[in-house]
Design a protein around this ligand. Structure first.
Ligand SMILES: CC(C)(COP(=O)(O)OP(=O)(O)OC[C@H]1O[C@@H](n2cnc3c(N)ncnc32)[C@H](O)[C@@H]1OP(=O)(O)O)[C@@H](O)C(=O)NCCC(=O)NCCS
Length: 175
């Protein structure tokens, strides 16, 4: 893993807003904490499929200290007037145990940035990284009412429902 965060890519989303995108870094923990605190209850619930009030230290370590082989994650962010990072979105995949060709995928975008193309922009980059790493199947456990993530995932390929438990539907798609 890189010792310092890499130089971010500068990306302009469809409404002209400029964002920065790079791999997640261990120093992103405070940004994850703040970003999570600002998420709406629905977005938190859709992401974690549970009524989570905050991220624990263990969560923050898991989410930010990734090896970019089994677990790959990128972040989009902007900067405030003090040049401090404001998290805007994150996309990640985690390889499934014993399935080197398959990975679980998750994408989260800050509420005030949703429906502005950030999810698509991150997902495109995640897809490229996953394909380059030999991943051909993506899986995601989603809330059955989460139309947004389903539409987003299916921008790559049609998804098949491979399981359902309560409100959680497991989708799989070939990329
Ligand atoms: C799902 C999520 C990542 C989508 O991110 P986004 O930045 O809003 O996505 P985009 O703006 O790129 O939208 C892509 C397309 O998805 C569909 N979409 C996105 N949000 C939608 C919603 N709430 N309802 C219906 N369709 C939606 C649309 O087709 C959209 O295209 P359009 O805006 O041109 O119509 C975002 O809503 C989010 O973070 N939700 C909370 C966390 C979550 O549910 N994560 C998924 C679990 S892993």
């Amino acid at each position: 893993m890189a010792l310092e965060p890499e130089e971010p890519e500068i990306v302009t989303i469809r409404d002209g807003t400029v964002l920065y995108v790079r791999r997640v870094h261990r120093t992103d923990k405070p940004h994850f904490e703040k970003g999570f605190a600002k998420l709406s209850r629905e977005s938190r619930y859709f992401r974690f499929l549970a009524d989570r009030k905050e991220l624990t230290e263990a969560d923050l370590t898991y989410l930010t200290e990734v090896d970019f082989d089994q677990h790959y994650a990128i972040v989009a962010f902007t900067r405030d007037e003090n040049d401090d990072i404001i998290g805007v979105g994150v996309a990640r995949y985690v390889r499934l145990p014993g399935r080197p060709d398959a990975a679980e995928v998750a994408v989260t975008v800050a509420d005030d940035y949703q429906r502005r193309g950030v999810g698509t922009m991150l997902y495109d980059r995640l897809l490229a990284a996953a394909r380059a790493a030999g991943i051909t199947v993506l899986r995601s456990d989603i809330h059955f009412e989460n139309r947004g993530i389903r539409e987003l995932l299916e921008r790559a390929a049609p998804a098949t429902v491979i399981g359902r438990e309560g409100v959680v539907v497991t989708l799989e798609l070939k990329i």
